[in-house]
Design a protein around this ligand. Structure first.
Ligand code: FEO
Length: 399
């Protein structure tokens, strides 16, 4: 196998899966995903996390090749979700003298997943415990709910590399380059980083904020996550995004318009609203048909933008299903601090607007715009005035 070096005696031993279509069997992946694992081969050897079953074989070979004729001394388990823990048993069996290093919660999960906990070959660490492995000093920083309760990060205080578990991860397989500054051009990382964060960890903003606070003052030179490339340059850029996302602040003062339309009339109203926003000078507008875009993209865009227009036909006396699903997702992901406007439609009874308003009451710090567009079947002359009024109110609020 080809060896990829992160820093002197630390190697990348993860692998990419480009066959996978749905992450966690729910989130569409256009370009696969990587499962990262790292090997420290200094005075002592330590492996950080394993990988998903899909790439287990290549991972084990990489570990063996990187070790050469050396044995594995420590196996650190930071996170027990199966996309990282699937190969624990293989590692423990392949290296019979390895010592498992993990925390109490993860040890319980190991028992649950594997029916065995390797208690006789194990060190249980507590928050902020350190472990000296010769020329590397490791510190374990617990990060519960980023993204499971057992999650911890391992900071190599010797090199400043933070093995950050799911935090700072990105969707997308690696294409050879293991560092973000080589893998991406400019800001192109943002879209899939945002979609990964908001959908996977977005609900746990408070816990992410707490984890970031615990790392303040540490001299972090590299962020080595369990998915996507490693951050060694411009670390502030992704830290700044995490600070925003975890506190539910918008990134862009911009409007995203999301509609659910059965025969196109609600879509037409939204397009007219967007056109009027353009007339009034609003930029960076984005319009999405919720029936044709996976909801994970809509969640990400809703985290990005300050203003959201939600438009829905009335369907079976309720909100049109794709918008119902979208609302359920932003509510369950704890989105807050947004300004929202509503466009409703219904042929004999347009109740979707009232129902959307009721759903929005479940969210924190939502400013609901006073002007609502209510379409009766198809756009009528009277709708023009309400569309213009809503557009004006949005632009006023964007100032
Ligand atoms: Fe990539 Fe929470 O596992």
């Amino acid at each position: 196998m080809i060896k990829q070096t992160i820093s002197n005696d630390i190697f990348y031993v993860g692998a990419s899966d480009r066959r996978i279509k749905l992450f966690e069997n729910i989130y569409p992946l256009d370009r696969g995903v990587s499962y990262n694992s790292y090997l420290i081969a200094g005075d002592k050897t330590a492996l950080l996390d394993s990988v998903d079953d899909a790439v287990g074989k290549v991972f084990l070979q990489k570990v063996k090749d990187a070790l050469g004729d050396r044995d594995l001394d420590y196996f650190i388990v930071n996170h027990m979700e199966p996309d990282h823990c699937a190969c624990i048993e293989d590692v423990m069996n392949t290296f019979p003298s390895v010592t498992l290093v993990t925390n109490n919660k993860a040890a319980m999960m190991i028992q649950e997943y594997f029916g065995y906990d390797w208690a006789e070959r194990r060190i249980i660490v507590k928050d902020n415990d350190t472990l000296s492995i010769g020329n590397h000093e490791l510190k374990f920083v617990f990060a519960p709910m980023v993204h499971w309760p057992e999650v911890m990060m391992t900071l190599d205080t010797t090199t400043g590399i933070l093995f950050s578990a799911d935090a700072f991860g990105t969707f997308g397989a690696l294409s050879g380059n293991i560092f973000a500054d080589q893998a991406y051009k400019g800001d192109e990382w943002q879209e899939e980083s945002r979609r990964y964060y908001t959908n996977i960890v977005g609900k746990y903003g408070v816990q992410v904020k707490n984890a970031l606070a615990k790392l303040t003052g540490e001299d972090i030179k590299m962020l080595a996550p369990l998915h996507g490339p490693i951050w060694r340059k411009d670390i502030d850029k992704i830290l700044d995004k995490y600070a925003k996302w975890s506190t539910y602040q918008y990134e862009d003062k911009a409007v995203v318009l999301i509609y659910g339309s059965i025969y196109g009339h609600t879509a037409e109203a939204v397009d007219m609203l967007a056109a009027q926003l353009d007339n009034l000078g609003a930029s960076n507008l984005k319009v999405y048909d919720a029936s044709n875009v996976d909801v994970s993209y809509l969640v990400a865009e809703s985290f990005r933008c300050s203003h959201i227009i939600i438009a829905s036909a009335t369907y079976n006396g309720a909100i049109f299903t794709p918008i119902e699903r979208y609302l359920a997702e932003i509510i369950s992901h704890n989105l807050q601090n947004r300004t929202i406007g509503i466009v409703e439609n219904g042929t004999w009874s347009a109740t979707s607007g009232t129902l959307i308003t009721k759903e929005l009451e479940k969210m924190k710090n939502i400013t609901l715009l006073g002007n609502k567009v209510s379409v009766k079947a198809a756009l009528g002359e009277n709708n023009l005035d309400s569309i213009k009024a809503l557009a004006e109110e949005i632009c006023e609020s964007l100032k």
